[in-house]
Design a protein around this ligand. Structure first.
Ligand SMILES: CC(C)(COP(=O)(O)OP(=O)(O)OC[C@H]1O[C@@H](n2cnc3c(N)ncnc32)[C@H](O)[C@@H]1OP(=O)(O)O)[C@@H](O)C(=O)NCCC(=O)NCCS
Length: 115
């Protein structure tokens, strides 16, 4: 899992139009463990245990998988993310789908954090 504030990359700021968000990427390293329903829980726990703690001022978390990556989009949906803009980064060979969730979805023990 990697992460960085959207504001750290002006190209991404322009494309996703959410400079206050924190962007992250994810991967199940062992291919034998992919496709078994772990992805959604992994993303939700990463948001809860890492992003909420490391980025106390970020109102939203954002990931942008390749639009053809249905498994990644499904895992994000299961973690509580909603799809928004389709974007076309210069370095990417296909459109990406911005998926966003408010930090409030990731309170301790699954509870909702504040407004
Ligand atoms: C992306 C990744 C983390 C997802 O985790 P996962 O555990 O494999 O995903 P899941 O098995 O939980 O699938 C998530 C959902 O996607 C959907 N889904 C899975 N395969 C699908 C397919 N081929 N077509 C459409 N939907 C699909 C399902 O709704 C599934 O939910 P379900 O288990 O309730 O049926 C993992 O597959 C991975 O590491 N892939 C390689 C790297 C990668 O693509 N990273 C993302 C970069 S943005």
């Amino acid at each position: 899992m990697s992460r960085f504030p959207v504001a750290a990359d002006q190209d991404i700021v322009v494309r996703v139009r959410d400079p206050e968000a924190v962007c992250f990427d994810f991967l199940i390293g062992d291919p034998a463990r992919a496709g078994r329903g772990l992805g959604g829980a992994m993303i939700a726990e990463f948001c809860r245990q890492v992003l909420v703690v490391e980025y106390p001022d970020a109102p939203r978390f954002l990931a942008a998988p390749d639009a053809r990556n249905h498994r990644s989009l499904g895992a994000l949906r299961k973690a509580g993310f909603e799809q928004g803009w389709w974007i076309q980064p210069e370095a990417a060979d296909y459109a990406e789908v911005t998926c966003t969730a408010p930090r409030g979805k990731f309170g301790p023990d699954g509870s909702t954090l504040g407004p």
